[in-house]
Design a protein around this ligand. Structure first.
Ligand code: D5M
Ligand code: FE
Ligand code: ZN
Length: 485
């Protein structure tokens, strides 16, 4: 595909910068996407950059006023009118989060217990499927000379010189190596360290399993979206980064003005879920102080509280922390502490990261999304520009942060709060400063954009944000639209 793209631009007499190529390769139909861009350009520039795509998308979005991703060119207004938000009482429950329940101290015993527990719970999901019900442990499977099936946790993934892939896997009692032959489709299956898999195959004379299939815990069956109790809508915000020099105050003011006296959609928004990084924090990355407008953490939260108090009174906000917020960085993170909560109006509800929420009868799993850094670099084909694909991988693994020891710090709590125990109706993340909505086996997926423009730090790391887009979900129908500001 890369060659086709290069041939296409070459024939038009221009070039594609590497960032634009990787963006295109992450799109569903890269050539069509490129072709559409050319149709919007009167004179093609010498080099086409990622910014050209984002600008074109913005223009299309503004023209359409209300857009539906991942095909931003298609206008999608809500199909059914909703009720007026101000007429409904709040219906919010926090069903699950770590707040007030943290017990771990990070000892070796805690880690051993954590991984044992992770394996137990995830292997139960697999054991509930016909193929793995009553599957033997590795120690027993090893002695078999026929087809074997067992459940295991991946400890290492290697590639041999001949292009075969080898998984070293283990369960509570034993370990074994599994070969994914280079000439089978399995070799391309993106297995990551520490995930729990069901494996079928045959054991060869050297005690190596030649894999026939890999099965993930996954979301078993697609269900229809359950109608919420009240016909109102939820807006999703994330990564506001108040305190940063690049906080987009004017875009924020536009959002505020629209919510205050906007159209039917604005008046229907009853809830706002905020997926973390609500302020920019202090000392989060090297030399961050140069990029801060406010360098006192409490003053940052005070400024955020002022920005939020300008929103209409009938909104209920549910806020979880991210890696820039003033709680421990290790996940699961508890809700922001009382000393910060007291700065906010009573319509703000604080939950941990991750948190399973019940909003008007709809179950929403909110997670900031730090682990997307590890999954994007750990799985070929994943991209910061298509966060919903990374979210699908999490649902298949039934785990929010499967890879241990990467960029995502994990606290070894007694229970693994990063396991996706209950399949939610809606799964929302932030963190990557991108935006997307999609659906996977009946689960609505939302990545909730940002209110921070590119920082010098992000420029250095080639991170091109897509700020100021607001995904909005209709709780009665499950329909989602994205509104640009
Ligand atoms: O993360 C904002 C974005 O920047 C997100 O896509 C991750 C990315 N990021 C954050 N830190 C790094 C480093 N050190 N290298 C590369 N990419 C990074 P935020 O959590 O808002 O800082
Ligand atoms: Fe962020
Ligand atoms: Zn973040």
């Amino acid at each position: 595909m890369r060659e086709q793209l290069l041939a296409y631009v070459n024939q038009k007499g221009t070039l594609l910068e590497p960032g634009a190529i990787s963006y295109l390769l992450s799109q569903q139909d890269p050539l069509a996407r490129l072709d559409r861009l050319f149709r919007t350009l009167s004179t093609p520039p010498l080099v086409i950059t990622l910014k050209d795509f984002l600008r074109a998308e913005d223009a299309a979005a503004h023209a359409a006023a209300s857009i539906s991703l991942p095909v931003p060119e298609v206008t999608a207004a809500f199909r059914r009118e909703s009720g007026e938000a101000r007429e409904f009482d709040p219906q919010v429950k926090i069903l699950r989060d770590i707040t007030g329940q943290s017990t771990c101290e990070g000892t070796i015993e805690d880690f051993t217990r954590y991984f044992r527990r992770r394996f137990e719970v995830l292997s139960k999901f697999l054991a509930s499927r016909r193929e793995f019900a009553g599957a033997p442990e590795i120690a027993k499977a090893k002695r078999s000379s026929r087809e074997v099936r067992f459940v295991a946790m991946v400890s290492e993934v290697r590639t041999t010189r001949k292009g075969h892939r080898i998984l070293d896997v283990e369960d509570a009692g034993d370990r074994i190596s599994v070969l994914l032959p280079a000439d089978s489709t399995l070799a391309a299956d993106p297995v990551v360290p520490d995930e729990v898999l069901g494996i079928t195959g045959t054991v060869n004379e050297k005690g190596l399993v030649i894999a026939q299939s890999l099965v993930r815990p996954d979301v078993p069956v697609a269900r229809p979206f359950p109608a919420g109790k009240d016909h109102v809508r939820v807006a999703f915000l994330s990564d506001i980064h108040v305190g940063s020099r690049t906080f987009l105050e004017s875009k924020w003011e536009r959002l505020k003005a629209w919510l205050q006296d906007g159209d039917e959609v604005a008046r229907s928004i009853r809830y706002v879920v905020v997926s973390g990084d609500v302020v920019d924090g202090i000392g989060v990355y090297p030399n961050q102080d140069a990029e801060l407008l406010v360098d006192d953490i409490y003053l940052q939260y005070e400024a955020l509280a002022r920005h939020l108090s300008g929103l209409p009174d009938h909104l209920t906000l549910i806020m979880i922390p991210g890696n820039h917020d003033a709680v421990r960085p290790a996940e699961p993170q508890p809700a922001l502490p009382p000393s910060i909560q007291k700065l906010f109006d009573s319509n703000v509800i604080f939950a941990g990261n991750p948190a399973l929420l019940d909003i008007s009868g709809i179950r929403i799993l909110a997670y900031h999304g730090r682990s997307m850094d590890d999954l994007v670099s750990g799985i070929r084909g994943m991209s910061y520009h298509r966060p919903v694909e990374v979210m699908k991988a999490m649902l298949r693994m039934r785990h929010l942060a499967p890879i241990y020891g990467g960029k995502t710090p994990i606290a070894p709590e007694a229970e693994d709060h990063l396991i996706i125990h209950d399949v939610p109706d809606v799964f929302v993340t932030g963190h990557v400063h991108s935006v997307g909505v999609d659906e996977y086996r009946g689960v609505t997926l939302v990545n909730a954009s940002t209110w921070q423009a590119q920082t010098p730090f992000q420029k250095m790391h080639n991170i091109e944000p897509m700020p100021a887009r607001v995904p909005i979900l209709d709780l009665a129908t499950g329909q989602t639209v994205v509104r640009p500001f």
